[in-house]
Design a protein around this ligand. Structure first.
Ligand code: NI
Length: 171
């Protein structure tokens, strides 16, 4: 399976809302598998299709911390059905914002509906890291990055650090 190339902020794909998938066919299943492999290769716990330049509502997640027993979740057209009023703050990072981490406050629990890789409707209710990860990935599908939840000052500091890193890498 080929690895897909990651888009890094401020790539325009990351700020563009993605379109729903009409049919979960063989091409979509292949793309989900390639996305999972790309996520594992880069040590991520979630990846949305627009992070590899594909504007479709597809997400892969694996929050298990034991690489020997992966627990991949593949989400097609995920929608949030309910979030808790209670919020919690978790330190988040993103494969499209490399090496930058910040505390993001989000609803502590989330309940979502999605299609699985066979096109069957499923629901997940999650809290903790899973709830944060699901909301972070659905944000991607809507063209939002975790740094968009931060104050303008914190966000611009992170973007400036990233620009410096990019320059450094180009040398
Ligand atoms: Ni991300």
């Amino acid at each position: 399976m080929p690895l897909l190339s990651l888009r890094i902020a401020p790539d325009p794909c990351l700020s563009t809302p993605s379109r729903p998938v009409d049919e979960v066919d063989q091409d979509i299943r292949k793309l989900l598998d390639d996305m999972l492999e790309t996520m594992y290769e880069n040590n991520g716990c979630g990846l949305a299709a627009n992070q590899v330049g594909i504007l479709k509502r597809l997400v892969v997640i694996d929050i298990s911390d034991n690489p020997a027993s992966p627990k991949p979740i593949k989400l097609v057209n995920p929608e949030i059905l309910w979030v808790s009023e209670e919020e919690t703050s978790i330190s988040e990072g993103c494969l499209s914002v490399p090496d930058q981490y910040a505390e993001v406050s989000r609803p502590a629990e989330a309940h979502i509906r999605y299609l699985d890789e066979n096109g069957c409707s499923q629901e997940i209710k999650g809290d903790g890291l899973l709830a944060a990860c699901i909301q972070h990935e659905i944000d991607h599908l809507n063209g939002t990055l975790f740094i968009d939840h931060l104050s303008a000052l914190k966000r611009s500091l992170i973007l400036r650090k990233m620009q410096k890193q990019l320059k450094y890498r180009a040398l």
